[in-house]
Design a binder for this molecule. Structure first.
Ligand code: PLP
Length: 469
């Protein structure tokens, strides 16, 4: 297909397909009923030598693709954490695909860099971040869109490592140590491995919150053994239970001890645009870097992981290599984002942030967050009022951790039974050796009657288990 006329037809047909898909998504099974390797049975052995029509490709979508899709935007998808989906973001990605620039430096596409700087300042303002994190402060702070929270954490640890090596050039990597809670996302431990730095997982308190005294004791212990603490990653909204590390305690300790303090709020961060949730972010002023994923809960399709730093020189110094072929006349006057992240190439991701913030408006985004929190509360009340079940923890933002009263084995059976039926999808977690079920409000299509339905399904499955045991 080479002509724009054909592209217009194909594109319009695809927009209709996407609109129909999302309009009717609730009629599908949430999780597909396919077995590993299923696709080999429905596609030819080799790629076609001659190009096919777009109509032929469209005709195969249901058989090949949709039959094996887990529908993350189904109103009964309650697993993991949400991933965002909105029409403005989808449309922005079409434009990004058309411009198809690689914005590694300002001159490589000035709009790509500058729209990112402006939207990151807009979002920083919406979060009420201290001005030191914004470009408009005229200082060293600013924001960058990373692909994922995992990359943001890695960038933070690599920057901390480079910063410490500059201060203490004689110290080898084997002496460096970083900290996070044992409840931090696995990507934090992994970032330590990738950076070649030992990551100590510290025990949080009874509310799954990493406390200052625990960090302080670990730092003292390591220093006494001759180790050099370089970084601490605090989590706001842990994956298991949406718990919050005490960043008001952790930050000042990091500042006193010369540790880089990174905050990972991958899921919860979107909520901080609502004034009533913003206090959860108090203490961010002591952080060196802060990250959250609008691609989780702020209606910006994957990938859009926003990271702010106080002193961009520290990340630029950690990653700066400057070959002649990438130099340009305005270098130094405006960020060249290739120095702010791991790959060289970068898509025009700020387009979708811009479209979403403009078309929903901050009020529209707050409404989305508030509605989802209310739905989680509704589910939490069902659990609280039913004496066959118990809350493992108080509902936190859009997540409810609960379990059927009884053994871990019973709850494992319940999880399996619910998910095998494919009508609703939930995921489990282990906290305090207890097998719990996580119910996350994920889809923007979920409404109160879906929460009713999910609760009835969970009850029905428990009755089935009890009847057969
Ligand atoms: N941090 C937390 C707290 C998370 O919940 C997750 C994913 O759910 C991540 C990090 C990893 O996110 P990403 O896929 O953007 O790397």
């Amino acid at each position: 297909m080479t002509s724009s006329d054909e592209f217009r037809e194909f594109g319009k047909a695809m927009i209709d397909y996407v609109a129909d898909y999302l309009d009717n998504i609730r009629d599908r099974r949430v999780v597909p009923d396919v077995k590993p390797g299923y696709i080999r049975d429905v596609v030819p052995e080799r790629a076609p030598e001659q190009g096919e029509s777009w109509q032929a490709v469209m005709a195969d979508l249901d058989k090949v693709v949709m039959s094996g899709v887990t529908h993350w935007h189904h109103p009964q998808f309650h697993a993991y954490f949400p991933t965002a989906n909105s029409y403005p973001a989808i449309v922005a990605d079409i434009l990004s695909g058309a411009i198809a620039c690689i914005g590694f430096s300002w001159i490589a596409s000035p709009a790509c860099t500058e729209l990112e700087m402006v939207t990151m300042d807009w979002l920083a303002e919406a979060l009420n971040l201290p001005e030191v994190f914004m470009f408009k402060s005229g200082g060293l702070g600013g924001g960058v869109i990373q692909g994922t929270a995992s990359e943001a954490t890695l960038v933070a640890i690599l920057s901390a490592r480079a910063d410490k090596s500059k201060e203490l050039p004689e110290v080898g990597l084997e002496k460096m140590v970083a900290y996070c809670s044992a409840q931090a996302h696995s990507s934090v431990e992994r970032a330590g491995m990738l950076a070649g730095v030992r990551m100590r997982l510290l025990q949080p308190d009874e509310n799954f919150s990493l406390r200052g005294e625990t960090l302080k004791a670990a730092i003292e212990e390591d220093k006494a053994k001759g180790f050099i603490p370089i970084c601490c990653v605090g989590t706001l909204g842990t994956t298991n239970s949406c718990s919050f590390d005490n960043i008001l305690e952790l930050g000042p300790i990091c500042n006193q001890e010369g540790l880089w303090f990174h905050i990972d709020a991958a899921y919860s961060g979107s909520a901080f645009i609502c004034p009533e949730f913003r206090p959860m972010l108090d203490g961010v002023e002591n952080a060196d870097s802060f990250n959250f994923n609008p691609h989780k809960w702020m209606l910006v399709n994957f990938d859009c992981s926003t990271m702010w730093v106080k002193d961009s020189r520290k990340i630029v110094d950690a990653f700066n290599v400057d070959p002649l072929y990438l130099k340009h006349h305005y270098q130094g006057q405006i960020p060249d984002y290739r120095h702010w992240h791991i790959p060289l190439g970068r898509r025009f991701r700020s387009l979708k942030l811009w479209f979403v913030m403009r078309i929903y408006g901050l009020e529209g985004l707050r409404k989305h967050i508030r509605e989802q929190v209310e739905l989680a509360k509704q589910f939490g009340e069902f659990v609280r009022k039913d004496d066959k079940f118990e809350l493992a923890l108080e509902p936190s933002l859009g997540l409810v951790c609960f379990r059927a009263k009884g053994s871990n084995e019973l709850n494992e059976k319940l999880n399996k039974s619910v998910n095998e039926e494919g009508k609703i999808h939930i995921t489990p977690a282990k906290i305090r050796d207890s097998y719990i079920l996580r119910f996350a409000v994920c889809s923007r299509f979920t409404v109160a009657s879906d929460i009713d339905f999910a609760w009835k399904e969970i009850n029905r499955n428990l009755e089935l288990i009890n009847a057969t045991d």
